[in-house]
Design a binder for this molecule. Structure first.
Ligand code: ADP
Ligand code: C5P
Ligand code: MG
Length: 309
């Protein structure tokens, strides 16, 4: 150790000592010196030649800068897209306001009455009387749906079957199309008559969106006949009808579901038309003839008023 220190001292103090060939230099000096250069067999990766002497973190800063600019560009792009979408939506809306859909049938030439009421209120029964006395064409939405369900090859057969059994409202596109087709077919087959064609649209609209669509695209109604009947009366009538009707929904489970749908989904339609003063409300719990005597006189009065005859 003593020797090593002496040799080290001698080397540091002797100029040109480092230039001696390594074989002549004592190995102990090399290992002992604190400024020894890295060993050649070191597994450490060699430092890059161009390594910056400065501690300034260039690479992370560049990465942050690039990420920031990318995010900014993305945000600007998103904003532009959003602005374009809003502009397009506004344009579409203004076009809609200018080009309001024209109803397929002219309400000045065609009389439409909606006949509404809970299941079993007596809509079909009273419609038969109105057909006889006023020359209406009777179109029951439920009957049209049942016929479509039975039609061989119908793509809606299964869907209608399920909706009817569950007492739910069939998607309006199906029902509106069936009604419009039936009205068209009836008008095409019609012989000239002295009063405008009259339609009783029975059991429709059963939902507010159906009402809006039909009024805008098919034909606005003149007024609504609403058969108002308590649930217990309707339930007894439907269970009685179920003995012979063969209908998949004239059973107590389906009846309860239909009542729920009527209260939650169909009553708002009646309320909507009532606000416009377009509802003729009739007590439907009375016997058939009693109900009809009111309906007959009121419908006669309203037709006169609305058809201007
Ligand atoms: P809706 O078409 O509203 O479902 P319907 O006209 O088919 O109702 O009538 C349901 C059942 O009640 C039928 O069996 C019908 O004969 C009977 N019905 C209809 N109106 C009356 C009434 N005012 N009094 C007693 N029974 C009625
Ligand atoms: O009017 P009706 O009692 O014949 O209707 C039977 C069923 O047909 C309803 O319970 C409903 O499932 C379906 N329906 C419908 N939309 C309508 C009329 C009837 O989904 N506008
Ligand atoms: Mg009916």
């Amino acid at each position: 150790m003593q020797l090593a220190r002496q040799l080290l001292k001698a080397r540091i103090s002797a100029p040109g000592a480092a230039l001696k060939p390594s074989c002549l230099r004592p190995t102990t000096i090399r290992t002992a010196t604190p400024t020894a250069s890295p060993r050649l067999y070191s597994t450490k990766p060699k430092e890059p030649l161009h390594k910056s002497k400065s501690n300034f973190p260039v690479v992370p800063l560049v990465a942050i800068f690039l990420a920031g600019s990318g995010a900014f560009a993305y945000m600007v792009n998103q904003r532009k897209e959003l602005e374009q979408k809003v502009k397009a939506a506004k344009e579409a809306e203004s076009i809609k306001q200018v080009v309001k859909p024209t109803p397929f049938f002219n309400p000045k030439e065609v009389t439409v009455l909606y006949v509404l009421g809970g299941p079993g209120a007596g809509k079909g029964t009273q419609c038969a009387n109105l057909v006889r006395d006023f020359g209406f064409v009777h179109l029951s939405a439920g009957d049209l749906l049942r016929a479509e369900q039975e039609r061989p090859g119908s793509q809606f057969g299964e869907l209608i079957k399920t909706y009817i059994r569950e007492g739910k409202i069939v998607p309006m596109e199906v029902t509106v199309a069936l009604l419009q087709n039936a009205m068209k077919a009836s008008l095409e087959a019609r012989k000239p008559a002295d009063h405008p064609p009259r339609f009783l649209i029975d059991g429709f609209p059963r939902q507010v969106d159906q009402a809006i669509k039909f009024e805008e695209e098919v034909c606005p109604c003149k007024f609504v006949v609403f058969f108002d009947c308590p649930e217990d009366v309707m339930e007894a009538r439907l269970l009685n009808r179920g003995k012979t009707s063969g209908r998949s929904d004239d059973n107590i489970e389906s009846i309860k579901k239909r009542f729920k749908t009527f209260v939650n989904t169909s009553m708002p339609v009646i309320d909507m038309f009532a606000k416009d003063g377009k509802v003729l409300s009739v007590n439907a719990a009375a016997p058939v003839e009693t109900v009809y005597s009111t309906v007959k006189s009121e419908v006669a009065r309203l037709l006169k008023e609305k058809e201007g005859k």
